[in-house]
Design a protein around this ligand. Sequence first.
Ligand code: GTP
Ligand code: MG
Length: 444
Amino acid sequence: MFEELSTRFDAIFKKLRGRGKLTEENVSEAVRDVKRALLEADVNYKVVKKFAAVVQEKALGSRVLDSITPGQQFVKLVHDELTSIMGGAARQIKLHTNRVNVIVLAGLQGSGKTTACAKLALYFRKQGHKPLMAACDMYRPAAIDQLETLGKALGIPVYVDRAARPVGIAKAAVEAAKRDGQSLVLVDTAGRLHIDKEMMGELKEICATVKPDEIFFVADAMTGQDAVNVAAEFHREVGFTGAILTKMDGDARGGAALSILDVTGVAVQFVGVGEKPDGLEMFHPERMASRVLGMGDIVSLVERAQETVDFEKSQKLEKKIRRNQFTLQDFLDQLRQIKKMGSLGELLAMIPGLGGQLKDANIDNTMMVKIEAMICSMTMREREKPVIIDGSRKKRIAAGSGTTVQDINKLLKQFDSMKVMMKRMTKIAGKRGTSAAMRNMPPF
Ligand SMILES: Nc1nc2c(ncn2[C@@H]2O[C@H](COP(=O)(O)OP(=O)(O)OP(=O)(O)O)[C@@H](O)[C@H]2O)c(=O)[nH]1
Ligand SMILES: [Mg+2]
């Protein structure tokens, strides 16, 4: 996400920091570079112009130039402005608890509406709601099947009526939800290649009938300014309460995320970060700005860890680490937990300070696969007591996992030093009192 833009900002700030003292001239130069970077990331030109003017004015007008750390001050300024154009504080969606909530999803063909429908159903179910998905796309025969398959996989009910019209389906779904005690209806609508009268008419009719609490405009982030222009047109016609930018896991340059609010007046509410139903994140402007500027996103990382990591298991693990009983089997379990959280590269990119360096590090999941293979080729006793792994055992494990004896040696050595480090960390944490977030984190 935002990789290119991130790299560009990194270079601009490095240049600035190398200057020792900032002058009006090199601030102007940096602002010009920022402007170019944003334009290349496909941010709307009017937004860029405004952004640059504000940064320039604040950088020159305030105490930035005279401060002890002008470079850092400048970074902070850009960070704050980025946060502000994306909407400042995130809006928490609060669903009603005393009646059925309705959310309508709309957008162009293939933007990710149906996927987002399932993602939101899962998201709100995690918060204790009981979602029902309504299949209102009658134009593509496979659309209903797609939603039904997703529903079945997640155990979420889908309202289907292959003979009715979209408006009727939406209405009947809300009634069914009331009857069956579901608390949220997610309406999946049909996509079109372009915004057309028929589509708008149908959508307006659906909205007038079911009176949704939220209308989310779903846009493919990869399409950049096109997505923003369609969003603006859409908003004029129907109005929406939030945008969902999908496919942010691809190489979307960021333009859409940075422009939608300014152009339409409505903020991004969620981002899609994967094809699977758990690939959805709430959009936090502040965290996103940190990510763009390569400052990492530790809060999202902790949140994701909390969602995936089993609390009881991690407490047991903490005890084991403290007693120095951490085994290769535990290590394997941890690796699998991390894999559940996402790709290693993606996770590391969220760690402050690491973002920019990752490119050359070539961190990929093959390393994890290799380690997993090696541990899986060990007997249980070897995993519990790695000291017994002698030369001949090493040969056997290497042959079994398609690796070399050197690989096994490396793994064992890394495991040893990791154990030492972990013990040290729990000691420090113990003194300070481990925070709940830390306890939930895997130990590396
Ligand atoms: N990588 C990635 N792929 C996504 C994401 N969201 C959706 N997709 C993929 O995009 C394609 C289209 O998604 P759908 O949910 O079917 O899109 P839609 O808007 O319902 O499409 P129509 O009903 O045809 O208008 C599918 O292949 C999805 O798997 C995302 O956040 N990341
Ligand atoms: Mg669809």
